[in-house]
Design a protein around this ligand. Structure first.
Ligand SMILES: C[S@@+](CC[C@H](N)C(=O)[O-])C[C@H]1O[C@@H](n2cnc3c(N)ncnc32)[C@H](O)[C@@H]1O
Length: 304
């Protein structure tokens, strides 16, 4: 138990994530006093805290599959838990079933938190040497190392092409296979860099960015779980309840856009996605690629 407490304290003191599009999300959700909200990507609890502070008596259910995120929020926002306004759920949102409960708003802020990215041992970043892990949920068995070291050439090339939108995918897959076993993030980044002509190795985007993105999406089944969320979450909303999804790359944003528009249960609120203001970009460069789309559950009696 002492061990768990130490872990929670450590998690709290080291968990630093700046929430993106805070004003846009809270205003866009039109938060109601006493309303019930679901945050399916709790992370550092930044958006959840805003939901709790936006109107009197709001109640939030926060889900995260990362035990470090849950522990950090548990200790940082404990006062809201004591007053029964915050309920934490350690799980993949893909496995969440609210039963009869309906929400006034649902939010998802997709992808990894700054903490997952910045803690080298989580293996998400090629900026420091660490085992090739990339699991948001530390209890799952599939890691990036397993994909890199066991998948067949074609499977690997398709993955890097489709989930990384990387045109050099075949060459990268071939080089990965030639250099097996690849155990660490920096080893992989080095192999990928070798697939690019020297003058492209020092561009604005690191040559390994797309390959790492592809692996991360595959390890965490990010697109599959997003598709399911888009299918089921509108049924979890009360009439006129709103859903807001923040995505960070085109593969996600396209899915959100194409799911919201034809969905007869929903009315799209944001014709174009909301993006970060210049002021936000100055303080949080990570917000550069964030896109927020919001939709509202139609009232059953509405003929709109
Ligand atoms: C970008 S962060 C969220 C940050 C949060 N909105 C804040 O303001 O602090 C994304 C979080 O969602 C979690 N996550 C991503 N996909 C998930 C899933 N399918 N199920 C549960 N948690 C997930 C990650 O573990 C990560 O902690």
């Amino acid at each position: 138990m002492a061990h768990a407490n130490e872990e929670a304290q450590q998690a709290q003191s080291t968990f630093h994530h700046i929430s993106v599009l805070p004003t846009e999300l809270i205003n866009g959700l039109a938060i109601k006093p006493g309303g019930q909200y679901l945050d399916v990507t709790l992370g550092g609890g930044g958006h959840t805290q805003l939901l709790l502070e936006a109107a009197e008596g709001t109640e939030v259910w926060g889900i995260d599959q990362d035990e470090v995120a849950i522990a950090a929020v548990q200790s940082r926002l404990s006062h809201y838990m004591e007053t029964n306004r915050l309920h934490l759920i350690h799980n993949n949102f893909d496995e969440f079933h609210p039963g009869e409960q309906k929400f006034d708003g649902i939010i998802a802020d997709l992808g990894v938190s700054s903490v997952q990215f910045d803690v080298a041992e989580r293996g998400f970043s090629f900026r420091s040497e660490a085992p090739l892990d990339m699991r948001m949920n530390q209890q799952q068995s599939l890691t990036a190392a397993e994909i890199v070291n066991t998948w067949e050439d074609k499977e690997l090339a398709d993955l890097i092409y489709e989930l990384g939108e990387e045109r050099r995918s075949r060459r990268i897959a071939r080089k990965i296979i030639e250099n097996r076993p690849i155990e660490t993030t920096t080893q992989l980044a080095y192999v990928v860099a070798g697939c690019f002509p020297p003058k492209q190795r020092h561009g604005r985007i690191h040559t390994a960015t797309r390959t790492f993105q592809a692996l991360r999406i595959a390890v965490n089944r990010e697109l599959e779980v997003l598709d399911r969320l888009l299918e089921v979450a509108p049924d979890w909303l009360k009439p006129e309840g709103r859903i807001g999804i923040i995505s960070f790359h085109s593969l996600e944003d396209r899915r959100v856009k194409h799911a919201f528009k034809p969905d007869e249960r929903l009315r799209v609120i944001t014709k174009r996605p909301l993006t970060a203001s210049e002021t936000e970009l100055e303080v949080n460069p990570r917000s550069r690629s964030a896109k927020l789309r919001i939709a509202e559950r139609r009232d059953r009696s509405s003929n709109e």
